[in-house]
Design a protein around this ligand. Structure first.
Ligand SMILES: [Ca+2]
Ligand SMILES: [Ca+2]
Ligand SMILES: [Ca+2]
Ligand SMILES: [Ca+2]
Length: 298
């Protein structure tokens, strides 16, 4: 898998001067959604069967922020797949992150505290500017965003966005949550009634969102929408929080060190591959949803 990634990275480096690589030495990629294909944000992954797993990332492609040690696959394992569409379509970033976990913990009830549980952080710095995502005191516009997904339970953790799962964190001013209403998000659970204390769960986080270079308190009209373009490299970080008991004890990040949640300087980079640019790898590796699932079920 690594060899294919390096080959793809080399090809992209030739094709695009913007590919910069990452501080942890891994090149991350997002794949353009195949022409004519639609991804339904329903927390179910059969619409990702086209995705070449050579571009899916897991714990071994991450840095562990809290202890510095990658946990066992029996404790936590995942694959994160990232896709995009340009402005000839709906100009959105898509993701599907399938997590296997030996113990679900979703006991927090405040959206800003979801990071203490099993929880996913989705952190774009669309124009790859780097720099702090919040100014001193009040936020007037945001240079990058920390969105999060968390299992929703009526009466427990629940947000007004993305079927109760989606939230701009941390302590964002109320006027800024207009951006959450533009996201689509859904979480699939196996077993479907899994809750805190359920053993051996599969949590499937699925989302799509528009990206903004500049996010304003005054709403979408005062903000700068980012146009996703083949070959460009965006700042984009996944951070998976893992808790089996009372509090988080693992955070797996595509960023090389702590800080991406509030300062885009620490963000990892994802390069956008167009349809056609990832077909060669697909021919070598092959991919199907059955294979993605099988990689966890063996
Ligand atoms: Ca789906
Ligand atoms: Ca676990
Ligand atoms: Ca930025
Ligand atoms: Ca857990």
């Amino acid at each position: 898998m690594k060899k294919i990634i390096l080959l793809a990275a080399a090809l992209v480096m030739v094709a695009s001067a913007s590919f910069a690589g990452n501080a942890n030495g891994i090149g991350y990629f997002a794949l353009e959604v195949p022409t004519g294909h639609t991804i339904n944000i329903d927390g179910e992954g059969s619409d990702w069967g086209w995705f070449d797993l050579a571009f899916g990332y897991g714990p071994d492609d991450c840095v562990e922020i809290i202890t510095g040690e990658i946990p066992s696959k029996a404790d936590i394992d995942f694959v994160a797949m990232t896709a995009w569409t340009g402005d000839d379509r709906d100009n959105r970033l898509y993701g599907f992150v399938r997590v296997t976990d030996d113990m679900l913990n979703v006991s927090q009830t405040e959206p800003d505290n979801g990071w203490l549980d099993d929880d996913l952080e989705i952190i774009p710095d669309a124009d790859n500017s780097g720099g702090p995502m919040k100014g001193e005191g009040l936020v007037h516009s945001a240079n990058g965003q920390q969105f999060t997904m968390h299992v929703s339970e009526p009466g427990g953790y629940e947000t007004p966005y993305g079927n109760g799962t989606w939230w701009l964190r941390h302590q964002a001013p109320p006027e800024m949550h207009w951006v959450d209403a533009l996201a689509e998000a859904n979480i699939g659970l196996e077993p479907p009634d899994a809750t805190t204390g359920t053993e051996n769960v599969v949590v499937s986080y699925e989302f799509s969102l528009p990206l903004f270079d500049d996010l304003s308190l005054d709403g979408e009209g005062a903000s700068v929408r980012h146009i996703l373009t083949a070959g460009e490299t965006i700042g984009f970080t996944y951070q998976l929080n893992e808790a089996d008991a009372e509090a988080r004890d693992v955070q797996l990040s595509t960023a090389a060190e702590n800080g991406a949640a509030w300062d885009a300087t620490f963000a990892s980079d994802f390069t956008l591959l167009a349809v056609g640019e990832y077909d060669a790898a697909t021919a070598v590796e092959g991919s199907s949803w059955a294979k993605i699932k099988a990689s966890f079920d063996k």
